[in-house]
Design a protein around this ligand. Sequence first.
Ligand code: ZN
Ligand code: ZN
Length: 228
Amino acid sequence: MDLDFFLEFIFPNRCAGCGALIGQGPALCAKCASALQTFDSLFCGRCMARLPEGKKICHSGSPFILGAAINYHLGAAGNLIRELKFKRNKKIAKFLADLLASYLKKLPLAFADYEILAVPLSATRQRERGFNQAELIAEELSPLVSVPILQGGLTRTKHSTPQSEIRGRKDRLRNVAGAFSADTELVSGKNIILLDDVITSGATMFEAARALKSAGAERIIGLAAAKA
Ligand SMILES: [Zn+2]
Ligand SMILES: [Zn+2]
């Protein structure tokens, strides 16, 4: 049996926000969907403060500037991210990609010469889960914004404890230190949209961006569907 069909069968069409039964439609009921407002600015990659248009970045040492479509703590956002991660719900990947596309189009940001790179999982985690939720979003986002996907530029060589089990940015940074390795041939001179489903402390994004930078990547936008 086709896996998608099988999943639809086990998890009938319920709104990922409130659980109301919905037809073969989008991931959320109309009410939950309209409650999700997208942000309209970029953020500092280090302290995650809003960067109003034209304002200089507060921490210029950050290897990336942060973009995030929605607030993880508002409305159905947290449920969407969890359902995507644990149930491989493709409708949610598409829904989040739509939000990211409309967010990106609001920004005074030229990203035509960028490539999308999904933050990779370690080989062990990829095997356990069977898919990478950031990759699912990347596949949906790429055609919406006409930005190609960059495959294989970055690998996660270290299998670390899930960041969600660790508190504090310092310990999270230590947990993912040296976890990524970038392929100089593939990333050198490139502008990269480094995509993840959610950003919390920013430690994983920081470490991934740092590896890309040291392999010669030019500009990096760290992009998360949701920001905690
Ligand atoms: Zn709902
Ligand atoms: Zn800052």
